[in-house]
Design a protein around this ligand. Structure first.
Ligand SMILES: Nc1ncnc2c1ncn2[C@@H]1O[C@H](COP(=O)(O)OP(=O)(O)O)[C@@H](O)[C@H]1O
Ligand SMILES: [Mg+2]
Length: 487
């Protein structure tokens, strides 16, 4: 039975009816919120959000929750949007008002119910409703809302369904409106797709009907205040210390590197780790759609692209920014992701003295990375012969780092591959490190393999030598197979 139906039943069975919802656009509604009804729905959904409480749902408690929510919004009204109040003060005021409201309701509530009620209502008023606990949960890296009744999260690399739900579409819309409204955007029938960011830096994408079936969709990639570093990647088995040292040498030695992988495989994270190897004192320009990279160096300039405004004007693309960056005397250019024609400008930059540049591309193998780059370069709109593009690529790109999210949820570097040159019309690739899939999986389904040197010394070792970086033979020595346990 739907929550609304249940509430309706409760109301008709003699318990006090909920007061009318506040007027549309009232203090409780975020700017542009569809209707005041969201508030009612919101409080009830927040209750539903609690997994612990789901088993002992109490309609009377639900109804109380809504009543308190509404009276709070009426009472606190304007201060909820008073930007002079700090988050801390606002939270305190809401909690005080909640305590008072609860004291007035002579409801027989246990201390646990009371605490839960306060948490639910404040989540809805101050935060993002039912998904608020997920946003606070550090183990959750991604939140995917597929309409009001279906929420998935990613935990430890695995996607799983979460018991959290919204009451209905209006409730979910209210939360979406609040999120996009906070960054001065709007989402409605004429612009039914929107990118936004939460105040903590988490990336948000929202799409609403008529583009979606089954309610609005909301995807949140949570921002890590403390991004993963090379030590974390080694600890997670994404690569080992030997390969890490090798990559550090490649970055310091100014090789042009492309990180390749599918969505959510860890491209941005790897790019951030590689960027952290750039020596202090170099002038770094980063270019992204939405700032995700967090560089610790002193001399860093961050550029962000801009979507067109409502009249379709004012767009600044990644490509515009790459061209502009070349006039900013960069030592290194770091582009968050090459998705279109900027690939051509990036290749040209790499070929014209901005070596040591880094970017990512969406592809599944190093060979695939090259064909993807070729396609992206053609998107620049010049009628370039394929052979010319390939020559550019072969001389610009030194190294491709391929990452993948394996079936056990772990993210691994599967290839570290040198781009050597051309043979006829074909670009020659040489793997320097490869993930050992042949080691199979253990009884938990976890991959046993590691990233192993193939034994081949890259041609660019000479180039690195001219930069004063010597890679000893031990780095590239193919290791003997690990002894089998028990023998
Ligand atoms: N090597 C890794 N091991 C475990 N988790 C990782 C690793 N790399 C990235 N992650 C996590 O995976 C998610 C997606 O990473 P991100 O770098 O944004 O991927 P992409 O840029 O490929 O979409 C983030 O939550 C990030 O913290
Ligand atoms: Mg990314």
């Amino acid at each position: 039975m739907s929550l609304y139906k249940r509430l309706h039943e409760v109301q008709n069975s003699g318990t006090p009816a909920a007061p009318p919802p506040p007027a549309a656009g009232g203090a409780g509604a975020a700017p542009g919120a569809p209707s005041g009804r969201g508030g009612l729905a919101a409080a009830a959904a927040a209750a539903q959000a609690r997994t612990g409480i789901a088993g002992r749902r109490d309609p009377v408690l639900d109804e109380l929750r809504q009543r308190i929510h509404h009276s709070l919004i009426e009472e606190l009204g304007p201060i909820l949007y008073d930007s002079r109040l700090s988050e801390e003060e606002l939270r305190r005021k809401v909690h005080e008002a909640l305590q008072t409201a609860l004291a007035q309701e002579r409801a027989p509530l246990s201390a646990a119910d009371k605490a839960q009620l306060i948490q639910d209502v404040s989540d809805d008023i101050l935060g993002y409703g039912p998904i608020d606990p997920l946003l606070r949960d550090d183990d959750v890296s991604e939140i995917m809302v597929n309409g009001p009744d279906q929420v998935y999260v990613e935990r430890g690399g695995k996607i799983q369904k979460d018991p959290v739900t919204f009451v209905d579409e209006a409730h979910l819309r209210r939360i979406i409106d609040k999120i996009v409204g906070q960054v001065g955007r709007r989402i409605d029938e004429s612009t039914p797709m929107c990118d936004a960011r939460l105040p903590d830096g988490s990336r948000v994408n929202a799409v609403i009907p008529p583009l979606t079936i089954g309610g609005p969709y909301l995807t949140i990639r949570k921002f890590k205040a403390d991004p993963l570093g090379i030590d974390d990647l080694i600890r997670f088995g994404t690569l080992d210390a030997n390969a890490a040292r090798f990559l550090q040498a490649c970055v310091v030695g100014r090789l042009n590197i492309i990180v390749s992988g599918g969505t959510g495989t860890g491209k941005t994270t790897t790019l951030n780790v590689l960027s952290s190897f750039i020596p202090e004192g170099e002038r770094i320009v980063t270019i992204e759609d939405a700032k995700e990279l967090q560089l610790h160096q002193d001399h860093v300039l961050c550029l962000e692209s801009r979507p067109p405004n409502i009249e379709g004007r004012g767009q600044v693309t990644i490509r515009d920014l790459v061209k502009n960056a070349l006039r900013m005397r960069p030592d290194r250019i770091v582009v968050g992701e090459c998705r279109a024609g900027e690939a051509l400008d990036m290749l040209q930059a790499m070929n014209t003295g901005h070596d040591g540049s880094l970017t990512t591309v969406h592809a599944n193998t190093p060979r695939d990375t090259l064909s993807r780059l070729e396609t992206l370069t053609l998107m620049a709109g010049f009628d370039l012969p394929v052979r010319a593009i390939r020559e550019q690529m072969a001389s610009a790109v030194d190294l491709i780092i391929q990452i993948a999210r394996l079936r056990d949820g772990s993210r691994r570097v599967t290839h570290i591959t040198e781009v050597q040159g051309m043979e006829g019309d074909v670009i020659t690739l040489q793997d320097i490190f490869l993930f050992d899939f042949s080691a199979g999986v253990d009884d938990q389904g976890r991959y046993r393999g590691t990233l192993k040197p193939t034994g081949i010394r890259p041609k660019f070792a000479e180039k690195l030598l001219t930069e004063g970086i010597r890679l000893g033979p031990e780095v590239f020595q193919a290791q003997p197979p690990a002894p089998v346990a028990g023998r």
